[in-house]
Design a protein around this ligand. Sequence first.
Ligand SMILES: Cc1cc2nc3c(=O)[nH]c(=O)nc-3n(C[C@H](O)[C@H](O)[C@H](O)COP(=O)(O)OP(=O)(O)OC[C@H]3O[C@@H](n4cnc5c(N)ncnc54)[C@H](O)[C@@H]3O)c2cc1C
Length: 289
Amino acid sequence: MHAITYDAPRSLEQALALLRQNGPAARVFCGGTDIIIQMRAGVRRPEHLIDAKGIPELRKLSFDAKKGLCLGAAVSCIEIFESALMRQHYPGLTEAAHLIGSLQIQARASVGGNLCNGSPAADSTPALIALGAVARIASARGERKVPVDQFVTAPGRTVLEPDELLVEVHVPAPVNHSADAYLRFIPRNEMDIAVVGVGAAVTLEGERCVAARIGLGAVAPTPLLADAASKALVGSKLDARAIERAAELAVSASSPIDDMRGTAEFRRHLVGVLTRRAVGLAVERARAC
Ligand SMILES: Cc1cc2nc3c(=O)[nH]c(=O)nc-3n(C[C@H](O)[C@H](O)[C@H](O)COP(=O)(O)OP(=O)(O)OC[C@H]3O[C@@H](n4cnc5c(N)ncnc54)[C@H](O)[C@@H]3O)c2cc1C
């Protein structure tokens, strides 16, 4: 490894000033579970690392029944899993955070880092997409908001400019009879990257679905919102036929590749299976609350 300057700012202003001064040579990090491995492998070579874990805004996990969830970029996956509020209101996102690596990894890794890393196979991103999450981005020039389904632009690339950092993601408040779920397939029991990941969120009014979103991971260059599949559920009674139609449309929205974890054909098959199951689980939860 080359020499690196390390800073651990205690305020957002300090972090943004460091980013402005150091430009593309600097990189913000949270848990370091992606970036340290990438630096060792020579994939990324930042000269300046800005440790975001000491910045209060990025450590905030707050929930309001009207305003929803503010999840600071540096909140660790284990903090998410241990939060009773998260498990109650956003079980799918909580499941996704709890699938990331081992407990040791989850003690460091963050959902913010998972998103900013820009991997098409990131587990928490399809769950955030299903929930309609919005990223709050800051730089010394000001702030902007970007829907999570538009945040990753290519493998390893995001909308973030070199002087910007992710402060938090905002997830709308769950309404009555709404719920989410996240499922992934990996070839072994744990500690592997998703072959396919599917996040689903539904809202019911009586028997009828009034809102639905399906997020897909590991089946395209970026995590994506399966828009037509989501819309196909709205207005339906979420019976087997409606869910099957959504699964078919989710398969059509995917454009997977062959790699060592699975063939494109196998991935398309999994998109159908996991969409049916994730939507089914979200519906079961929404009916129960
Ligand atoms: C053994 C192991 C198993 C893993 N298993 C999984 C898994 O099952 N599923 C999965 O999805 N991932 C997995 N990962 C990858 C990794 O743990 C996750 O992507 C994790 O969520 C990254 O979070 P982090 O806080 O450690 O990110 P970091 O390494 O801190 O950052 C990741 C990237 O995002 C940028 N970044 C981080 N925070 C910000 C910010 N606030 N603003 C701007 N840029 C930022 C960094 O510069 C870096 O490029 C695994 C990794 C390891 C080592």
